[in-house]
Design a protein around this ligand. Sequence first.
Ligand code: UD1
Length: 356
Amino acid sequence: MKVLHVIGARPNFMKAAPAISAISRRTALSQVVLHTGQHYDRNMSDIFFEQLGIPHPDINLGIGSGSHAVQTGQMMIAMEPVMLERRPDLVLVYGDINSTAAAALVCAKLGIPLGHVEAGLRSGDRSMPEEVNRLVTDQLADHHFTPSRDGDENLLKEGVDPQKIHFVGNLMIDTLVRQLEFARKPDLPAAQQRYLLVTLHRPSNVDEPQMLERIISTLEKLSEQLPVIFPIHPRTRARLANRNGALPKSQLHLVDPLGYLEFLALQRDATAVITDSGGIQEETTYLGIPCLTVRENTERPVTVTVGTNLLIGRDMDRLQSEVENILSGNGKAGSIPELWDGKAGERVAAILETLA
Ligand code: UD1
């Protein structure tokens, strides 16, 4: 059975690495890796391939940035001839990015079986582009690999055949489990003490100048108490470049996006993490680090019900008071969700073998 993986942006790479590695050990399965090029900067893409030992993509479509329609459409146009030429028996897609939904549409129209890793997650918020991508991909997928039981429940509610739902656990956590011993902190003096770690890139937070301003001034206030390390996504950097006035004060350390191993070490040793990312809510839960999520909802509810995550919405006073709580030793404790055990990629490969 020939499996073709479609990956495109930073959070895909950590999810695909364990599946690629597990499939490579099974003789009934062969594989091809296609990168759409959605993320193209070295520190958003290549560095992850190197650090996670993912083979160089067999195909890179080089699509890059664009509006959602342009990006998704160009991916579909470029992907169709590749699928026709390579004729995979199954395509595996990951997560909820535009590359995921583009591949799902192409496969559905060509009649190529589709497996979705990280299926079934729902924020219930269709203003998020990722939620639209999740809905489209799950409607079209033939095999749903879910990271948590809520994923199974959501799919069942939407009428997905239970036979097609496979609760395998979290592949992103497989990568974390494998790489934790190699994690190494970047050379930042602020990272030698207690610090807050921040990432923000959601359009709802960074594309609206007033919201971005409120967040940055709150982070500036927090940085008077302890250093704040903020690796900046290119989207956020572009928005900050338009900000009136000076860049934030010195205890707010704006750094370029980091490699996987460097960011993992920063999470492991952080006093708390402030984020709007999906994956980081999960990684902090696994690591037991308090996470404050600057969103009204999450498609990853186990990080709240079981893990260390708190949804603080857009309320900056709450953000400050929750940081105070954590600093006074009252951060939220949590435990590790079911099947977040480092073996999810093996479970995916074992299921694919039964289909071969
Ligand atoms: C994408 C995913 C999001 C994921 C995020 C992780 C979708 C809809 N969103 O959002 O779910 O959490 O990746 O990073 O697919 N850019 C660069 N260099 C790059 C990549 C992007 O400069 O290597 C800039 C471009 O100006 C681009 C902007 O970042 O316009 C946004 O990139 P894009 O891939 O469209 O969406 P993300 O915000 O990264």
